[in-house]
Design a protein around this ligand. Structure first.
Ligand code: 13P
Length: 248
């Protein structure tokens, strides 16, 4: 079975009630490639509003983060169980901004992923190297370390989408070339084959994130191991629709 193309829009900490309504309104009006799975991740405060406003069954919502405990004295956090209760079907885990700005270690990412899957959520699991790590030729080692940490806790990867997001490409306008991205995606698929078996590896969606835009998405989408995108800045603009339709 060919892997279903997956395009996520990570709105990060952007927008207001009004702009969220406008973004969903634009998506509701757009012609989306029916073969693409679309998941948008608004700020937590806007998640349920956005979920209510989305008209197409093709478009689902995602949280940008979650805490692994079900409930308790964890001020400011939202649990995976609360996401499940609110019928939010996806969660982004391990985004590099969570890792670098909020101190999330590989072990935190692993326990969050495990907890989210236990609630039957889909997980967009982010991995990727810094510029310094790339320059030291450590890209694949870093990504494998990040994936191994999750694989130590999680055996069933069928509800995980891996997002390869090189940190140096995020929000910088400096997109990885199609060759650079394909090389790492292929290494991730090889890791999955060795660690999880060839069937799981064949089915695993590996998406690319980092300065994806209408102007570069088609070439990236043409690579054999690029199964979609996780889009930041451009997911707040009308061009998000062009990215969803990259394979058309
Ligand atoms: O971090 C990203 C998506 O999660 C990518 O962000 P940009 O598309 O703004 O580079």
């Amino acid at each position: 079975m060919p892997r279903t193309f997956f395009v996520g829009g990570n709105w990060k900490m952007n927008g207001s009630i009004q702009t969220s309504k406008e973004l969903v309104g634009n998506l509701n009006k757009a012609q989306l490639d029916p073969k693409t799975e679309v998941v948008i991740a608004p700020p937590a405060l806007h998640l349920l509003l956005v979920k209510e406003l989305v008209e197409s069954a093709q478009v689902k919502v995602s949280a940008q983060n979650a805490y692994h405990k079900a409930s308790g004295a964890f001020t400011g956090e939202i649990s995976v169980s609360q996401l499940k209760d609110a019928q939010v079907p996806w969660v982004i885990i391990g985004h590099s901004e969570r890792r670098t700005l909020f101190g999330e270690a590989d072990s935190n990412v692993a326990e969050k992923t495990k907890a989210a899957l236990a609630e039957d959520l889909g997980v967009i699991l982010c991995v990727g190297e810094t510029l310094e790590e790339r320059e030291k030729n450590e890209t694949v080692n870093v990504v494998v370390r990040q994936l191994d940490a999750v694989a130590a806790e999680v055996k069933d990867w069928t509800k995980i989408v891996v997002a390869y997001e090189p940190v140096w490409a995020i929000g910088t306008g400096k997109v990885a070339t199609a060759e650079q991205a394909q090389e790492v995606h292929a290494a991730i698929r090889k890791w999955a084959t060795d660690k999880l078996g060839s069937q799981v590896a064949d089915d695993l969606r590996i998406i690319y994130g980092g300065s994806v835009a209408a102007k570069n998405c088609k070439e990236l989408a043409g690579q054999p191991d690029i199964d979609g995108f996780l889009v930041g800045g451009a997911s707040l603009k009308p061009e998000f629709v062009d990215i969803v339709n990259a394979r058309l």
